[in-house]
Design a protein around this ligand. Structure first.
Ligand code: HEM
Length: 525
């Protein structure tokens, strides 16, 4: 290389590196508060957010900490000049307004879609809103209809909950009512059992397997050689669990790495992931094939009758709709498990008012009986646990969000929504001590019904399931599942105070925020 060529190459390299270094310093947007020292650092707030996220195991809390440190309900997170600006809004009223009433201005954000793209690029949550996405949502819409949820899904959830009661009964007996035991996995198993029957018509038998195991341990007679009727479906369950593990790893990499795309790429390229992806794809195909076969058998039985009556799982509905469409178109401090007054009030309401008699209530009893306090417990649970640490949106047009202390400065839609909250919303009684678990904030007296206590779904902005066009698709199902599980568990067990070391409400965040520890100490009733 000639000296001149060497000089030119060195100069270009230095210029390029200087340009990249310069662009690693973020440029703030005007008029939105930010950490004043961030623009002076390469990667701005990024490294501090990632480090804090790793430390507290709650990456989204680390993002909100920037706003909290500034004492502002809105703040910009400054990363680099290569990345789009990120603005955090810590104001439930405006967040609700953006999610529910401003769907034309905002869409699902790549901040969260990218977590699902490596594993599930074609699923709803991984996509921006397009005509194809709308059609995909329409295809699945019947699955969340009230009729289907009550007629088909509720009995399946109730059966899964009944098995969970059986399992906990055995575990409580094993623990002699003295020792707390871990139940986080039991909830997952029960949910898996319920959802698999409801969606695929497939009995997984995961909780049944645990019951057999505990019973075997208690009698010393567990026969590992005995034929396991659920062996096949349990391997499906294992694959589903491993899929969730990979999704969690991807989210973890996205939250903790300063260059998430590279971290995702490394996971995608690893031989272990590629091997597993093949297994998981094959398994999904196998399950879908089974569901289609079932549906065809039902169709054959159907004859001249209305097909919907025969639908016994979500796939039947989806497949039926597909056919019809084709034909037509060619910071939580309190701990509810330590509050005896609350637990006993719930128990009393359930026992005395709703489900008299010694038998467990049927699914229909549970979903059809009006129990305002149970509704309030469920709503408050969803609010306090905040399963999703952040709800992310991207702007699709130039717009403004008016986060303000003065009412008249807020957007017209936000003001109108507040005017409808006759009890003052966040500024009224329901908005006190929001760090506490207090179901009564969702209850009010209805004077038109002689002062009867009723559930007020609009007491506060409810953001646990996001909202609007891109809000949670499974909300109704999840609420029904919570209702049935809470009702049966509270009816069958007394929840005793937990020892200090396992009585924590701390959470860690991966795909979902989940408790760091999930123990119960029970006495069977
Ligand atoms: C307690 C249980 C659940 C909670 C707290 C929850 C919460 C959420 C949240 C916060 C979102 C993002 C919403 C947004 O961006 O506005 C979401 C999206 C979604 N959820 Fe759930 N969810 C739950 C259960 C379920 C279940 C059982 C299903 C399916 C049967 C489901 C299916 C979905 C889907 C498909 C989306 C994406 C919707 C879209 O992108 O348009 N969820 N969920």
């Amino acid at each position: 290389m000639t000296p001149t060529a060497y000089l030119v190459l060195s100069s270009v390299t230095v210029l390029l590196l200087s340009y990249i270094y310069y662009k690693l310093h973020p440029t703030p947007l005007p008029s939105i508060p930010y950490n004043l020292s961030a623009p002076r650092r390469a990667f701005g707030d990024l490294r501090a957010i990632k480090a804090q996220g790793r430390l507290i195991k709650e990456p989204s809390a680390a993002m909100f900490a920037v706003a909290k440190n500034l004492g502002s309900p809105i703040a910009q997170l400054l990363l680099t000049s290569f990345s789009s600006p990120i603005i955090v809004i810590d104001d439930p009223r405006e967040v609700e307004d953006v999610l529910v009433r401003r769907n034309r201005e905002f869409d699902r954000s790549p901040l969260t879609t990218r977590f699902f793209q490596p594993m599930l690029p074609a699923c709803t949550i991984a996509q921006l809103t397009t005509p194809a996405l709308r059609a995909q949502k329409r295809l699945w819409s019947d699955v969340m209809s009230n009729d289907f949820l009550k007629r088909v899904v509720a009995p399946n959830i109730r059966e899964a909950a009944r098995e969970l009661v059986e399992l906990w009964g055995l575990k409580a007996e094993q623990a002699g009512g003295e020792q707390p035991f871990e139940v986080g996995v039991d909830f997952e198993d029960a949910a898996l059992d319920a959802i698999c029957v409801a969606v695929l018509g497939l009995k997984m038998g995961v909780t049944r397997g645990q019951i057999d195991k505990v019973r075997g341990e208690m009698t010393g007679g567990h026969d590992s050689e005995a034929e396991d009727p659920f062996a096949d479906t349990r391997s499906s369950a294992a694959i589903l669990r491993k899929t969730l593990k990979y999704l969690n790893d991807i989210v973890d990499a996205g939250f903790t790495s300063v260059w998430p795309e590279f971290a995702f790429w490394r996971i995608r390229m690893s031989p272990a992931y590629r091997r597993f992806k093949k297994i998981s794809d094959n398994e999904m195909q196998r399950l879908m094939a089974g569901a289609c076969e079932r549906f065809q058998r039902l169709e054959a039985l159907d004859g001249e009758t209305a097909g919907e009556e025969l639908d016994t799982c979500a796939m039947d509905l989806v497949l039926r709709r597909e056919i019809i469409t084709a034909r037509k178109t060619g910071e939580v401090k309190s701990d509810p498990t330590r509050d005896p007054a609350m637990l006993q009030e719930l128990l009393l309401f359930l026992l005395a008012a709703a489900f008299p008699g010694p038998e467990l209530p049927s699914a229909a009893d549970i979903v059809n009986t009006d129990i305002p306090y149970l509704d309030a417990v469920i709503e408050e649970t969803v609010r306090v646990v905040a399963t999703a640490g952040i709800i992310a949106r991207i702007t699709v047009v130039d717009t403004e969000v008016l986060v303000a202390v003065r009412e008249d400065i807020r957007s017209a839609t936000s003001q109108a929504a507040q005017a409808k909250r006759t009890r003052g919303g966040l500024d009224g009684d329901s908005g006190h001590d929001l760090h506490l678990f207090e179901p009564r904030r969702w209850l009010t007296r209805d004077e038109t019904q002689g002062g009867k206590e009723v559930f007020d779904a609009f007491a506060l902005p409810a953001l646990g399931f996001g909202g609007g066009l891109r809000g949670c698709f499974g909300k109704r199902l999840a609420m029904q599942e919570l209702r049935i599980l809470i009702a049966l568990l509270v009816l069958k067990f007394e929840f005793l105070p937990l020892p200090e070391k396992v009585a924590s409400m701390e959470a860690e965040e991966k795909l979902f925020r989940r408790p760091k520890t999930c123990h119960v100490k029970l006495r069977a009733l």
